[in-house]
Design a protein around this ligand. Structure first.
Ligand code: ZN
Length: 300
């Protein structure tokens, strides 16, 4: 394996990005959502805005130059993210059709009408965000611990990329969206959350984009609660012991609570020494690449 060189943080502009980019992006997207919490377009506009900011930052200040994508790879990734995001939104719609009525009936039958609608929206947003992340933490951990869940979810697809960047937030196997979308839908529909759920979704997708970005970012303070890209890139390591850490893609607090947190700058990303073809990635629920090192039970 070749270890991509990590460029040291140098210069005024790069230091500003290092300390300010993540907190500033979170502040901007949440403040913008607060201006009109019911606006339907905000979610997609936020994704475009965050990707543009991170994309330009990666272009000029890549932490690992070897991970910079070619124009062809970037075009492919953008096209894939558009198609896969459409699938994600469709899955969310399907869950709403299937689960909204049964979960509302369940809530009413056991008197679970406890959601604090009168509390400040930002507090409600935080509760949805961290609770959904708790459910995702265990689902993601199950994907990495049990071969059946690893295969059924196609999670290997997401890990198979050797180059990481902000666009990787949306590079997941189509079937995995049934796993990824479920935690937030369950919290939203079980408790009848209301408009705070949209704010939590915006925070989650912004955090997931930052977590994959190929830029040097600070981890102090913000890394107590939120996932930073240093932590998440460690999870993308091609080394099994590093990959089985930092399951929180947006919030890192649950890894700290459940002792799976690792603060380490990782070297090589991917499922193993080589990157599968795109066809091989989509086939991963049925056929694991021969050199995989991070699938459950791998011995490479
Ligand atoms: Zn994973």
């Amino acid at each position: 394996m070749t270890r991509p060189e990590v460029i040291p943080v140098e210069g005024y502009l790069q230091h500003t990005l290092f300390y300010c980019l993540q907190p500033l992006l979170l502040l901007i997207v949440i403040s913008n959502w607060c201006l009109d919490p019911t606006r339907a377009e905000t979610y997609l506009l936020t994704i475009v805005f965050v990707q543009l900011v991170l994309g330009f930052s990666e272009h000029y200040f890549a932490a690992r130059p070897a991970w910079s994508t070619t124009a062809m790879e970037k075009t492919r990734n953008v096209a894939l993210v558009i198609v896969l995001s459409t699938i994600a939104l469709t899955v969310a719609e399907l869950y709403n059709v299937w689960l909204a009525s049964p979960l509302e009936a369940f809530r009413n039958s056991i008197g679970l009408d406890i959601w604090p609608h009168e509390w400040p929206l930002l507090v409600q947003l935080s509760i949805v965000f961290f609770f959904s992340e708790l459910l995702w933490y265990w689902m993601h951990r199950a994907e990495h611990r049990w071969t059946l869940v690893w295969r059924l979810s196609g999670h290997g697809f997401h890990h198979s990329f050797k180059k990481l960047g902000a666009l990787n937030f949306g590079l997941n196997h189509p079937v995995e969206y049934f796993f990824i979308v479920l935690p937030s839908v369950l919290v939203e529909l079980t408790f009848g959350v209301g408009e705070a759920a949209a704010g939590a979704a915006i925070l989650t997708v912004t955090q997931a984009s930052i977590a994959h970005a190929n830029i040097a970012l600070n981890t102090r303070w913000i890394g107590l609660l939120f996932t930073t890209n240093k932590y998440h890139i460690c999870h993308h390591s091609a080394v099994l012991e590093e990959s089985n850490t930092n399951y929180g893609c947006s919030a890192i607090i649950w890894d700290r609570v459940f002792k799976t947190f690792l603060d380490k700058t990782t070297g090589e990303a991917g499922t193993g020494p080589t990157e599968p073809t795109m066809w091989g990635k989509f086939l991963m629920p049925f056929k694991e690449p021969e050199d995989t090192a991070i699938a459950p039970g791998s011995t490479h």
